[in-house]
Design a protein around this ligand. Structure first.
Ligand code: C2O
Ligand code: CU
Ligand code: CU
Length: 484
């Protein structure tokens, strides 16, 4: 078991051994060398740790910012596990609001003290989570964050998130790997996080500053010919990231879970809130910038009586530079090619036992008033209903394959996420998707439609699906699913 847990990791680094020994403290001045969070790795099939959520002063660039942190750092520690591992987390809540813990993308039980989004851990309380990854759990990059309905966006935006790495089945030859957690925030003049107004919440808040591992434009140094594996997590509350690396090619190895059979050269890649991508980057001499380009994710044009909302479109601002990749020095020998992986499962051709349509919508009112009883707020709904934890919205047979048609009757995109069971995208904008494509967050564009297949395998119990623009989720755009 020890060999299994460490095998993948040790093989990945080859001779370099740079990333796991670094253990540097965070230093976050602009242009500093990239620092990575502390890591906890499973041993003998078990990962046991304490996580504490608490207010913390965090250095971001040249500012001290009042944030919330897991174990004092933003991002929180990185958890490294292998398929078959059991994870035990004692979560201590030292916030002044309720919270809980969600392991985004992991295929583990949603019941009891597993990945249960209905749990609420009150201030001062500790909760013991425990879950086991199936032996055939897909490798990949996942993450954790709080999921207490009503507080999710605020707690994420304040710094509560961290990476989870599930070890490869077969090692991938790289010089080094990096965990890159992208988040955004707006800091006011006194070093506090700006609280979004009603409008920003309805649009999905976007912070002015976009940081990687809490650092402003960190620097990654490599030699020509070195191959790096970047595990990128979009931990922004609402911001879509369209990643481009100038003057340097990159290959997509993984999106959300598992890996592509063969890494694919990509000029750019869109990473929705909640999505992860793994990129392979082979150092080409020079200084390259990884930038997030603007994404038009719709707006609320015409939704509020044609008044103030017209023309407000989030996400359509200027490009943001995330990091610089500096490749200098003497070239190193080329690494062996990345071995092909078996093609992922394809649910097409398996019998579909249930079909449903879920419409993600926005409407005036919905019984919700603005602060101070002011003008009505938009209601964010699924099939016309706001979240109710006591209602079952999708009752599915355990083990069944279902086809879900996700529609969007609103003028804004909604990146839709389902817990526990990943989705295979089979149709997008009326077009069939050729290759098997699995994701756990899928964009349903404004007035658009996406068809997915889901295998409700391995676990029974209740969980949720929701828009991963977390302001929308907190405003009601979440439903429950039960596998029985
Ligand atoms: Cu990343 Cu339900 O969440
Ligand atoms: Cu999730
Ligand atoms: Cu949304």
């Amino acid at each position: 078991m020890l060999a299994l847990a460490l095998g993948g990791a040790a093989a990945v680094v080859g001779g370099a051994g740079l990333w796991w020994t670094s253990g540097r403290r965070f230093t976050s001045g602009e242009g500093d060398e990239l620092a990575e969070p502390e890591e906890f790795t499973s041993h003998d099939g078990l990962l046991e740790l304490d996580l504490e959520t608490a207010p913390e002063r965090i250095r971001i660039g040249d500012r001290e910012v009042s944030m919330l942190a897991f174990n004092g750092s933003v991002p929180g520690p990185t958890l490294r596990v292998a398929p078959g591992d059991t994870v035990r987390v004692r979560l201590r809540n030292s916030l002044d609001a309720p919270t809980n813990l969600h392991v985004h993308g992991l295929h583990v039980s949603p019941e009891d003290n597993g990945d249960n989004p209905f749990i609420s851990v009150d201030p001062g309380q500790t909760f013991a989570y425990e879950f086991t990854l199936p032996a055939d759990h897909p490798p990949g990059t996942y993450w954790y964050h709080p999921h207490r309905h009503g507080y999710v966006a605020d707690q994420l935006a304040a710094g509560l998130f961290g990476a989870i790495v599930v070890a490869d089945l077969e090692s991938i030859p790289v010089t080094r790997e990096r965990v890159l957690v992208v988040s955004d925030l707006t800091v006011d003049s006194s070093g506090n996080l700006a609280s979004p107004d009603l409008m920003e919440q309805m649009m999905g808040r976007e912070g002015e500053l976009v940081v990687v591992n809490g650092q402003v434009r960190p620097r990654l140094a490599a030699a020509p010919g070195e191959r790096e594996r970047w595990r990128v997590i979009n931990a922004c509350t609402s911001r879509f990231l369209r990643l481009q690396l100038n003057g340097q090619s990159m290959q997509l190895l993984s999106l959300d879970l598992g890996r592509l059979a063969v890494p694919r050269e990509v000029p750019e890649v869109v990473v929705l809130p909640g999505n992860r991508v793994e990129l392979l980057v082979e150092g080409q001499e020079g200084s390259h910038t990884l930038a997030a380009l603007p994404v038009d994710r719709g707006g609320m044009d015409g939704m509020m009586g044609g008044g103030m909302m017209n023309g407000s479109r989030p996400g359509a601002s200027a490009p943001v530079e995330l990091l610089t990749f500096q490749v200098t020095g003497s070239p190193v020998d080329a690494l062996p090619p990345v071995p092909a992986a078996p093609a992922p499962r394809d649910l097409r051709g398996e019998p579909v036992e249930g079909r449903r349509r879920l419409d993600f919508g926005m409407a005036m009112g919905g019984g919700r008033m603005g602060p101070g009883g002011g003008p009505g707020m938009m209601a964010f709904t699924i099939n016309g209903q706001e979240f109710d934890p006591d209602r079952i919205d999708a009752d599915v047979a355990g083990g069944a394959v279902e086809e879900w048609t996700l529609t969007n009757s609103s003028p804004m995109d909604h990146p839709v996420h389902l817990h526990v069971w990943p989705m295979q995208i089979v149709e997008e904008g009326g077009r069939t998707v050729a290759e098997p494509r699995w994701q756990d967050v899928v964009n349903v564009p404004a007035f658009g439609e996406v068809k997915v297949l889901i295998a409700f395998d391995d676990f029974t119990g209740r969980s949720v699906f929701h828009c991963h623009i977390l302001d929308h989720e907190d405003l009601g755009m979440m439903g429950t699913v039960r596998a029985r």
